[in-house]
Write a protein that binds this ligand. Structure first.
Ligand SMILES: Cc1cc2nc3c(=O)[nH]c(=O)nc-3n(C[C@H](O)[C@H](O)[C@H](O)COP(=O)(O)OP(=O)(O)OC[C@H]3O[C@@H](n4cnc5c(N)ncnc54)[C@H](O)[C@@H]3O)c2cc1C
Length: 324
């Protein structure tokens, strides 16, 4: 029995960054709540199981069936429920990922509890975890606690820090088996969309452009700057709707939510629906020719000027700084 159970995810055989962040958060919470941290790995591969202890798990519930590597609601939900019932944690943490968004509310319902979604901050209050989340399209923060057990919580990527891996730490492994009745569908093949460069949701730096860029060509300049910084390129919805950049790169309420260390917003006004997707960034730097643009209220640094003047100078200064 653990205090916190993390339902983890893997990619290419390894624990995802979000899973390591959840283990970090779980360890910080159990420092106050007491007890252990368990990790459920459904469809676990050996490298991920091995990394779990050093990343902060005391116990790993391993369902190693290869057919479970791809998330499928039918197969994962009963197994997740089985693991929670076996482990009896007070808190269940999942990432606010495609899997977490699908699984958490269903799991909470099956367990007769409730789910708090998309946490940006977690704090202990008595035996409860207080969850801070964004609401009203990113214009306000809301603090909620789940009053029933287990407290099911999904957590936004990059809102929590992982632990430094500790090679001396190992986890106890508990094998769990799916029942064949749960495996009603099998993934027979998978075609991944080809993408170049850093994935938007994983990027430490995002260079994002808006309608003020004036046309699709300017996104070529942003890609060049992103290349210098090892960044991903994002876009406002206005620029995507105009066909200037692919909708897959849209940041915001109806696009991807990013929380990079640096979000460079170029010619973006800072509408609330855009900020809902990037407001959790650690540092926002904006370039906008309008000194009253809303984006400056969210920015650590702002440059008031035409981006066409700023970008070449910024790129050359960054190149010099990175070379030096
Ligand atoms: C239900 C709903 C969901 C939405 N979801 C999203 C979403 O997910 N993501 C999203 O982004 N939006 C979303 N929107 C749209 C949102 O409300 C805004 O319309 C949009 O974000 C505006 O995009 P923008 O900042 O690129 O354009 P604009 O608001 O037109 O701003 C352009 C900015 O560029 C500046 N500028 C112009 N020229 C230059 C220059 N040469 N140099 C420097 N600065 C310059 C201007 O001063 C201005 O601030 C949604 C809207 C609704 C109603």
């Amino acid at each position: 029995m653990s205090t916190i159970l993390v339902i983890g995810e893997t990619e290419a055989g390894a624990l995802t960054a979000a899973t390591c962040e959840l283990l970090g958060a779980a360890n910080r919470l159990t420092a106050e709540l007491g007890g252990d941290v368990a990790l459920a790995l459904i469809g676990a591969e050996p490298a991920a199981v091995e990394a779990a202890g050093p990343a902060g798990a005391d116990t790993v519930y391993r369902a190693a069936d290869a057919s479970l590597v791809q998330y499928q609601t039918d197969a994962h939900l009963p197994l997740a429920q089985q693991i929670v019932e076996q482990d009896s944690p007070r808190v269940v943490l999942l990432a606010q990922s495609s899997m977490g968004r699908d699984l958490a509310p269903r799991l909470a319902t099956r367990l007769g509890s409730a789910a708090a979604m998309d946490a940006l901050a977690l704090e202990v209050e008595g035996d409860r975890v207080r969850v801070t989340r964004s609401c009203y399209g990113g214009n306000a923060r809301q603090v909620v606690t789940v009053k029933t057990d287990p407290q099911v919580i999904t957590v936004r990527a990059k809102s929590q820090d992982p632990l430094e891996p500790d090679a001396s730490r190992s986890a106890e492994i508990v094998d769990v088996a799916p029942s064949d009745a749960d495996l009603r569908a099998r993934v027979t093949s998978k075609d991944a969309a080809e993408s170049e460069g850093v994935r938007l949701e994983d990027a430490e730096i995002v260079v994002s452009g808006g309608r003020g860029l004036g046309g699709p060509e300017a996104f070529g300049d942003l890609e060049q700057l992103a290349g210098v910084l090892g960044a991903a390129v994002g876009s406002s919805r206005a620029a995507c709707d105009l066909g200037w950049y692919p909708p897959s790169q849209q940041v915001g309420l109806t696009g991807t939510v990013v929380s990079p260390t640096l979000y460079l917003a170029i010619a973006i006004s800072g509408a609330s629906q855009h900020m809902a997707g990037c407001g959790g960034s650690k540092n926002i730097v904006a370039i906008n020719k309008d000194p009253d643009a809303a984006i400056f209220a969210f920015s650590r640094f702002g440059i008031v000027d035409d981006y066409k003047k700023v970008l070449p100078a910024l790129e050359s200064a960054l190149k010099d700084a990175l070379a030096g």
